[in-house]
Design a protein. Structure first.
Length: 120
């Protein structure tokens, strides 16, 4: 058996707006799986397993995009018109903010302070 990748899904009330954001703002390349249904190349990824608790019960899944310089990435996104709330959490494991994805809620964006696995 060989796991060769991961397929992440964002559920969106406005899929066209979310797809446009991923393509035009984040610059993710895509393929058309048919009928305009875009599938985007993800950045390199890693998978962590955290203990469940009341704020994140078992079966809950979260998406965080990783960057190497949160301040620069936030500035670049703002330069592209993304309305960020400006809150950055300084956590033991990294610096964290959220990015609004039109029609699809928010995703986390963080600069890790821990060893990463996405480039193994």
């Amino acid at each position: 058996m060989a796991v060769i990748g991961a397929h992440t899904i964002l559920y969106a009330e406005d899929p066209d707006a979310a797809r446009a954001f991923l393509q035009d703002v984040l610059g993710l390349p895509s393929v058309d799986a048919g009928g305009g249904w875009l599938i985007f190349r993800s950045p390199p990824a890693e998978l962590a397993v955290h203990p469940a608790d009341t704020s994140a019960p078992s079966g809950n899944h979260q998406l965080y995009l990783i960057c190497d310089d949160l301040d620069a990435t936030v500035g670049e996104l703002r330069g592209k018109g993304v309305q960020l709330d400006g809150r950055v959490e300084e956590l033991r494991w990294g610096r964290l903010t959220t990015v609004p994805v039109p029609g699809a809620g928010t995703v986390g964006l963080y600069e890790p302070r821990h060893p990463t696995a996405y480039d193994l």
